[in-house]
Design a protein around this ligand. Structure first.
Ligand SMILES: *[C@@H]1O[C@H](CO)[C@@H](O)[C@H](O)[C@H]1NC(C)=O
Ligand SMILES: *[C@@H]1O[C@H](CO)[C@@H](O)[C@H](O)[C@H]1NC(C)=O
Ligand SMILES: *[C@@H]1O[C@H](CO)[C@@H](O)[C@H](O)[C@H]1NC(C)=O
Length: 469
């Protein structure tokens, strides 16, 4: 019989065998392939009657769209407002049913089931769409009133907390400044949003370019692919507002990173090359690999990753003092070692050994040349329990508590520009304000008043130039 031209059709599953309603012959496909964007393509040879398959295609598109809307809505509602809305649960059930049907349809190997599956799917999607409309009309009115109330309360709470935070922390530090006596406190987490790839991408990282330059406001988000290992996609935003609104972004495909230890420093992305001890550098302006070289003695392939976070053997960290890499070696018996890197060659400039077993930590970051290590206390709290100062080679134990929304902190990245910690928390992008001890707490200094900034000084005091080596 006459075949239609091949039709490229996106489907979540590769092998596709369909029996079309009203047709008795089996329709076969040829093996599918995955393109550079990670989409599956199958070529399907069709009999003349295209209508049912087109319908299926449309249904799939609708289901995808609804799933996406539902995920974004539900996550916001549940996380921010702790609200239990029955309509949302219903919608979820309906969409889950629809997804199940799509899976059955696409996986079906034969028989004459397609027709009734298809009509079930239609009904299911129609129901889901109705629920969504209900939410948008009637229920939304109550929801909106409730939401406004909560918003007012919430913003008052935030103002209040910010005031208290600033009172307790003293004047804010200038961007990139290390004129402090070390980490003092961590604020409550701010939930920014669910990552753009959805709930299932629990592992990943995000942050702000850690160049100590307040003018650079490049934000990046890199959810790992499902399976929590492969670093393949990232998005770049030129401002925080763009990130919050999820607009004006550049989305890139990489396809060769391992784990969530990557970071962005001076507009370059640094990461562990997949399945090797190699460290690599990507030019973010062009998405090209500039450099790749082994990190001497570093263990890799999940040998000494962090507690609860797999494949993060090699963890990059940027701060006021440069670019660092945190890892473990066989010689260190799994204890964390810190190396400072030359960013133009990726050569190790200097290495420090800590006394702490890396797999016992849940993560670590650098600020002003000091390593801070975390460990989990419970499903809702972490503790910064250990610090190692690369300037003095001294270590100390401390206890700074950190609340978290969900259990596992994946990427943890510090930005010197705003002294914030950017954390990827089981798929959610959250951040924390860090406050540091003022120097007078640490060493005796003349009263602060004598050194405060005077707005009327005609010539600002410029710091003394240190002689270059
Ligand atoms: C859709 O909703 C109708 C009316 O509530 C219900 O009878 C029907 O079973 C639902 N269909 C599916 C597939 O859930
Ligand atoms: C990065 O890419 C941009 C755009 O292609 C280019 O202008 C720049 O020179 C590159 N930087 C390096 C260090 O290769
Ligand atoms: C990095 O290495 C290059 C080549 O060895 C050297 O010229 C440069 O000065 C180094 N950069 C720093 C900051 O030490």
């Amino acid at each position: 019989s006459k075949m239609q031209p091949a039709l490229a059709l996106w489907l979540p599953l590769l092998p596709l065998l369909l029996v079309l309603p009203g047709q008795t012959q089996l329709v076969k496909n040829v093996p599918g392939s995955v393109d550079e964007n990670g989409l599956c393509h199958c070529v399907v040879h069709l009999p003349n009657n295209l209508a049912p398959l087109k319908q299926l295609e449309q249904l799939q598109a609708i289901t995808q769209e609804l799933m996406h809307k539902y995920e974004q809505e539900l996550s916001r509602v549940i996380l921010e407002m702790n609200l239990e809305a029955p309509t949302y649960s219903l919608l979820r059930l309906e969409l889950e049913g629809a997804r199940e049907l799509v899976t059955q349809l696409t996986a079906k190997g034969g028989g004459s089931v397609a027709e009734d599956l298809l009509s079930q799917l239609q009904s299911q999607v129609a129901n889901a769409s109705l629920s969504l409309k209900l939410l948008a009309d009637s229920d939304q009115r109550n929801l909106r009133a409730y939401r406004q109330e909560v918003d007012v309360l919430e913003s008052r709470l935030i103002d209040c907390e910010r005031e208290r935070w600033q009172e307790a922390s003293g004047p804010p530090l200038p961007p990139g400044s290390c004129a402090h006596g070390g980490l003092q406190r961590v604020s409550r987490p701010l939930v920014v949003q669910l990552n753009w790839r959805g709930f299932s991408h629990k592992a990943g990282a995000w942050g702000r370019d850690s160049t100590p330059n307040p003018d650079s406001s490049l934000y990046w988000v890199a959810p790992l692919s499902s399976g929590d290992r492969y670093f393949d996609y990232y998005r770049l935003y030129k401002s925080y507002d763009d990130l919050v609104l999820m607009k004006n972004y550049v989305e890139r495909s990489m396809g060769y990173g391992d784990g969530s230890g990557n970071t962005v420093y001076e507009n370059f992305m640094y990461f562990n090359y997949y399945g090797t001890r190699d460290i690599a550098k990507v030019n973010l302006s062009s998405n090209t690999l500039l450099l790749r070289r082994p990190l001497p003695s570093a263990t890799y392939n999940n040998r000494f990753s962090y507690a609860g976070v797999s494949w993060k053997d090699i963890d990059f960290a940027g701060d006021e003092k440069g670019l660092w890499v945190l890892y473990a070696t066989e010689e260190s018996k799994g204890n964390l070692v810190v190396s400072r890197l030359n960013t133009s060659t990726l050569e190790v400039e200097k290495t420090w050994r800590t006394s702490q077993y890396k797999p016992a930590m849940s993560g670590a970051f650098m600020a002003c040349g000091v390593l801070y290590a975390l460990r989990p206390l419970s499903t809702r709290q972490e503790e910064i329990f250990y610090a190692f100062d690369t300037t003095t080679g001294r270590e100390r134990h401390l206890s700074i508590l950190l609340d978290k929304m969900l259990e596992t902190l994946h990427g943890i990245n510090y930005s010197p520009s705003d002294h914030k910690l950017y954390v990827y928390n089981d798929g959610y992008l959250i951040n924390y304000d860090l406050s540091f001890l003022t120097l007078k707490h640490k060493q005796s200094k003349p009263p602060a008043g004598k050194f405060s900034w005077l707005p009327t000084v005609p010539h600002p005091v410029t710091p003394k130039k240190t002689s270059r080596p």
